[in-house]
Write a protein that binds this ligand. Sequence first.
Ligand code: G6P
Length: 371
Amino acid sequence: SAAEKDGHDWFMRKEIYEQPRAVADSLLGRRDAAGQLQLDEMRLSDQDLRDIDKIIIIACGTSFYAGMVAKYAIEHWTRIPVEVELASEFRYRDPILTSSTLVVAISQSGETADTLQAIRHARQQRSRVLAICNTNGSTIPRESDAVIYTHAGPEIGVASTKGFLTQLVACYLLALYLAQVKGTRFGDEITEIMDQLESMPAHIQGVLDDDEAMYALAREHVDARSVLFLGRHAGYPVALEGALKLKELAYLHAEGFAAGELKHGPIALVEDRLPVLCVVPPQGRDQLRDKMLSGIQEVRARGARTICLVEEGDETIAPYADVLVRLPKVPVLLQPLVAVVPLQLFACELATALGHDVDQPRNLAKSVTVE
Ligand code: G6P
């Protein structure tokens, strides 16, 4: 009923608007009085964590893209090498696992069969497994050595939204916790990043307050046959997630690319009026941003319609953008938390305009319990 959906037409839309609260809840109580990070259900000792020399993140679907973002954060803050692998591929490549490998399984439902089988394989090889999960007592955290629960609350819409944002938060917390234990980042640096994380709910709310512009843009695209998404660095998984949302909900051909790969193939797809959504890295990361800018120019010169998600105050992109979508000013590693939100709004509204069932897309299930 509409009441269950807080007056929204879809659970998904309700869940999109719950994201500031979900992110805030997932950050709650993670710092003790002395400002030290605490992860309640960590269950791995500091010594175990110090011994880790490699991390492998395994997940499926949207959770896999959270894992891709996590790789950037964990490697940057801890210098521990991280691999990210699709759960369904993991065991079949005979992965190199030792007792000093930490396997991180990310799963909203905690029941995804591919992910479950992957962690069973990892534990047989004596690796430690940490689950990032939204569902208390589900199978994946029960079969793991440690868990970080996300606090999104129940997610009903098949396409993950608040589940994804809270997974990102859990990944940042894990990265910072490892940095604290290993001493690769100092206390004040961790405090500063935690402060930035705690300001994210307000930033996400700011993006949601601009929803109408994104909805209007989505409705302009009901006749699109294909949509591309470009990103770099932490914006690359955001591009992949934006494309996945359009496939899932609007049944539209959509692809996300690392912007630097454009010239190695995808640019051949560009034709007149093709919508290309570009996640532009923040200012201060100028090398990244300048290269993104040239990618945007390349596709626009070939007739694409460029829709650019850009930090507020960044005027350099304006001449190359057909549409500008403003994002709050946040560090590059945290940008996915705000950049993905307009893409969720876009997919939800476009699917609605096309008359699709947003909460129950055809052929998809909320949790896939077969391999
Ligand atoms: C299904 C859902 C996706 C989800 C994926 C992984 O395919 O339709 O939205 O991202 O499973 O689910 P999990 O619960 O493991 O995060």
